[in-house]
Design a protein around this ligand. Structure first.
Ligand code: PEP
Ligand code: MG
Length: 751
């Protein structure tokens, strides 16, 4: 039973949609048209009402008196089943289907076969359109496709409000209602502002094509452009893209070449849709499949395909891939599924007030950059992108990890209050700014801050941090489009030393690789980039880069003290080789008549577990150690720090990690070698308290953490936490967090 041609059907649909008739008359005409076109005895449209009901809105073939009377619960009957699961059912013998439910008032007894298709938009079910026949038959692929296309047009009618006179159609959470989500806090602080999508959505203005050929050409051109864009990103060795992003792009390219996907798009255009509507039509199918998937690699692939469809829509609309190049509101809160640090740095920081991610992890570099920029960041807020519209008012609470989209007046008021309290707390921190961090039993704790950009420098004075314990030099390289010139580096490093005055600054040499990539440095594709050719490994293989940087540092010191350290050192020999390069640059400086630093201290990050097992010899060579707990935990637990699925799997506050840290603290203290912890755990009060209990007396953290950590230190008796740690470290608990928090409560230590 073939359809009379999808194009004819769409043309007639367009005519009906343009007629000046009532909404009910329009729906009545549509069901008659579909029934006639698909040679079906019945065509019915059910739409959702408040409370999860599906109401019969129009029918051809069933009793007209059942219209606006027959109602089904979500999940009830075949129609309810289609709505609930958001997928089509094609049944030759509907009455034997387990979900079949008989509604006598509709008079549907004689019908055997049924095809029901959900009417969906943005992952929400708005209703169902169904056709029925007397005979036993399965509807063919062309008929199923046609009904899907009609369902899309009906969805458009519902969301555009053109059925408004028939009462409110309720599809569960609506985008004009407040929405609240909960994620995980990656950077504290509260942001109030307007939503911006990192990858903007394209609004489809026109669904039905005027000229099918023209639309086919537009689609082909956009697909070609999309392929070119992906190829350009992947191109050659000098790509900015590495690691996971590269994998994603490779997947994109695979899909972009996937004949099945392209065929589906072409078929949708052939039915008479515009190119944009065709992309959305195929995307709807994918979203329906996504909604049915739970936790599987297939879901990732579908997400990728969904992203690719969004990219294709942007090509059709001639828009850029991200919002970084577009004009932002002055109080932008950025929403993304996931993001790399370089992408975040692409944005105008003066306008960026907050960041919300569906994925991410607290020690991923995008989180570290957000912390460096002091941008509140809430990660792992599930399906938030689906809920938010660009321009929506948003409150992103990085303290409690709550996201409020379109908040009510009451929530806004509550936040006004909260912001005032926060300001008071900040004022307390500011008042304690110049007070030394000394525990109640007289232990002096040195609190420094992490930095990486010139814009971080004012935080030194604002927070009272005693210098910079970790200056991530790669950030400056990442925000430049070309290799920074020597003079610029000297200027930056000099300004950092000026800002710190007599306080210490520890410059870490370039830590590239993994998710930190430079547009102008060749980076090969790697299977495990976090464990690949990165950091010291790159700079030892390409010593010119390291020497260039050391030269800038020596020059910037200009007779002052200089502290520098190397990232990702795995063995003492690597440290010695890097140190030789420093000595060579020192010799060169003296040779050319430059002023050497008054004192130079060369240290190392300790973030690869292997180095912890070479401490006796390392301590004989290094001037100081800085523990990078982010990577140390990643490699100790063999658990990717950027993988959201592993984010909660292991706790740094657990015997294996803390025993490893204690080994480092004890041995460094035994040899009189200064040791600092500069990973993210140093900036969280409970963790910082545990570190003090292990014997660490120097911590370096994001600027916003200095106040809260100092407050904790001022109330802490270090001998008591040391005794507690000795006891806890002997256990085998998965996490010691609760015991440490309870200790803090008992001791009245604010954490
Ligand atoms: C660390 O690994 O803990 C660290 C401080 O370095 P980064 O986070 O920059 O890798
Ligand atoms: Mg590291």
């Amino acid at each position: 039973m073939p359809t009379a041609g999808p194009r004819v059907l769409l043309r007639k649909m367009r005519d009906i949609m343009g007629e000046r008739i009532t909404a009910q008359a329009r729906l009545d005409k549509i069901v008659s048209l579909i029934a006639a076109n698909m040679v079906a005895e019945v065509c019915s449209i059910y739409l959702t009402r408040a409370g999860g009901w599906l109401e019969l809105f129009a029918t051809e073939g069933l009793n007209k008196s059942a219209v606006h009377t027959t109602r089904l619960k979500m999940g009830e009957g075949i129609v309810g089943d289609v709505a609930l699961h958001g997928r089509a059912l094609n049944l030759a013998d509907a009455p034997t289907h387990p979900s079949f439910s008989y509604k006598p008032e509709t008079g549907e007894d004689p019908y055997q076969s049924m095809l029901g298709v959900p009417i969906t938009r943005g992952g929400r079910t708005l209703g169902v359109v169904a056709v029925q026949n007397r005979t036993h038959r399965l509807y063919d692929e062309e008929e199923v496709e046609a009904l899907h296309t009609i369902a899309m047009l009906l969805a458009e009618m519902v969301v555009s409000g053109s059925l408004g006179e028939l009462g409110e159609i309720d599809a569960g959470p609506r985008r004009d209602r407040p929405w609240r989500g909960q994620g995980v806090s990656f950077c504290e602080g509260i942001a109030v502002g307007r939503a911006v999508l990192h990858e903007p959505r394209v609004k489809i203005e026109k669904l039905i094509a005027d000229d099918v050929n023209h639309e086919r050409q537009r689609l082909d051109r956009a697909v070609a452009e999309l392929r070119e864009a992906i190829d350009a990103m992947l191109a050659a060795e000098d790509s900015v893209i590495t690691g996971e992003t590269r994998d994603v792009l490779e997947t994109y390219r695979m899909f972009a070449d996937d004949r099945g996907w392209l065929l589906k798009l072409r078929e949708a255009v052939f039915t008479g849709l515009t190119a944009e509507a065709a992309v959305e039509r195929v995307q709807n199918d994918m979203r329906a499949r996504m909604a049915r998937q739970t936790d599987s690699p297939l879901l990732d692939r579908l997400h990728d395909l969904d992203d690719l469809a969004n990219r294709l829509l942007r090509h059709l609309a001639g828009r850029g891939v991200t919002s970084a190049q577009e004009s932002l509101p002055s109080d932008a809160i950025l929403f993304a599924r996931s993001m790399g640090p370089a992408e975040l740095l692409d944005y105008d920081r003066s306008k960026l007030k907050g960041l919300v991610l569906e994925e991410g992890s607290p020690t991923s570099h995008v989180a570290i950059v957000a912390r460096a920029l002091d941008i509140p960041l809430v990660g792992r807020v599930s399906s938030v992108i689906e809920q938010v519209e660009p321009g929506d008012w948003v409150i992103a609470d990085g303290d409690t990890a709550d996201i409020h989209i379109r908040p009510t007046h009451e929530v806004r008021e509550a936040y006004r209050h909260k912001l005032a309290l926060r300001a008071q707390r900040q004022a307390t921190f500011a008042a304690q700014r110049l007070q030394p961090a000394v525990t109640t039993d007289g232990q002096r704790i040195r609190l420094m801050m992490n930095a990486g950009l010139k814009s971080d420098l004012p935080h030194l004075a604002e927070t009272g941090a005693e210098g910079i314990g970790l200056f991530r030099t790669e950030l400056q390289f990442m925000i430049s489009s070309d290799m920074p010139r020597l003079g610029d580096l000297v200027g930056l490093y000099g300004a950092v030393l000026d800002a710190a005055g007599d306080d210490r600054v520890v410059f870490r040499t370039l830590d590239l690789g993994g998710d930190k990539v430079l547009p102008y440095v060749k980076t090969p594709t790697e299977e495990n980039p976090a464990m690949g050719w990165r950091a010291i490994r790159v700079t030892l293989d390409r010593p010119a880069l390291l020497r260039y940087q050391i030269r800038a540092l020596l020059k910037a010191a200009n007779g002052r003290d200089l502290d520098l350290m190397f990232p990702m050192v795995a063995e003492v020999d690597e440290f010695r080789q890097a140190r030789v390069l420093v000595d060579r640059e020192m010799d060169r400086l003296v040779r050319v008549g430059g002023i050497p630093p008054r004192k130079i201290r060369v240290g190392t990050m300790l973030e690869v577990p292997a180095l912890a097992f070479q401490l006796p010899s390392l301590l004989a060579h290094t001037d100081f150690i800085s523990v990078g707990s982010n990577d140390l935990a990643q490699f100790l637990f063999a658990s990717d720090r950027g993988n959201p699925r592993l984010g909660n799997r292991y706790d740094v506050l657990s015997p294996p990690m803390l025993n490893c840290l204690k080994l480092i603290a004890d041995q460094a203290r035994g040899r009189g070698i200064p040791v600092t912890v500069c990973g993210e755990m140093a900036g969280r009060p409970v963790e910082a308290m545990a570190l003090i209990g292990l014997g660490f007396r120097s911590l370096s953290m994001a600027p916003a953490s200095v106040g809260p950590v100092k407050q904790m230190v001022l109330a802490l008796d270090s001998s008591r936490v040391e005794a507690l740690m000795d006891e806890l470290l002997r256990g085998t608990a998965h996490s010691l967090r609760e015991q440490l928090k309870q200790f803090a409560i008992n001791e009245r230590v604010p954490v």
